[in-house]
Design a protein around this ligand. Structure first.
Ligand code: SF4
Ligand code: SF4
Length: 198
């Protein structure tokens, strides 16, 4: 009899823990109807930035490729033609690819870039069924011409400026409204915030 009472007590003790958790804050979210809101400096999918006049910031220097510990970046530079200047420098990236499956999202490419051309964004949804879909070329990395920021240095005496688009400054915050403005993909996430978890 005493043993049976002990077992019933154990059951109620166990259930009290279960019911106790029903009223606590849940760390899990119902993805994808609810999405996680990452910090602005979260290392997600890359983007290649432009200047406000639409020129590409990338000058094809390959520093990001050299700095990448995962050998994920392929850059093939080419000379800018006089009538078809793609970037303010002498060269531009004729081919630029990042294999996001190789990438370890360390951010060293962003650190190495002298023109703030390649940046990591808070965008994290990249799932696909084909390995080839994870090789992002310029057609998917480059932001639209209207999303460029900053005056291109060839129109500004003094060369490459200290202000390269305020990416680092804008990302150094936990304020989503301000920090997501650092990147084009971040801005897109900001306008699609429905269901974001806090
Ligand atoms: S984030 Fe790191 S691993 Fe990924 S492409 Fe940049 S340097 Fe390479
Ligand atoms: S993204 Fe930056 S570091 Fe990489 S090739 Fe272009 S300018 Fe050079």
């Amino acid at each position: 009899m005493r043993k049976n009472l002990y077992n019933v007590g154990a059951i109620f003790k166990g259930l009290s823990i279960t019911f106790g958790f029903m009223f606590r804050h849940k760390p899990t979210i119902e993805y994808p109807s609810v999405r996680k809101q990452h910090a602005p400096r979260f290392h997600g999918l890359h983007e290649l930035r432009r200047y406000a006049d639409g020129k590409e910031r990338c000058i094809g220097c390959e520093l990001c490729s050299s700095a990448c510990p995962a050998n994920a970046i392929t850059v093939i530079g080419a000379e800018n033609a006089p009538g078809d200047r793609r970037s303010p420098g002498e060269r531009h990236a004729a081919r630029y690819e990042i294999d996001e499956l190789r990438c370890i999202f360390c951010g060293l490419c962003e650190e190495a870039c002298p023109t703030d051309a390649i940046v990591l964004t808070p965008h994290f949804e990249m799932a696909d069924y084909r390995r080839g879909a994870f090789v992002y070329a310029k057609d998917r990395l480059l932001v639209p011409p209207e999303a460029g920021v900053g005056v291109a240095p060839d129109e500004r005496p003094g060369g490459i400026p200290g202000d390269l688009g305020r990416v680092e400054e804008l990302k150094s915050t936990m304020d989503i409204e301000r920090g997501y403005a650092a990147t084009w993909r971040g801005e897109a996430l900001k306008t699609n915030r429905k269901g974001l978890a806090g």
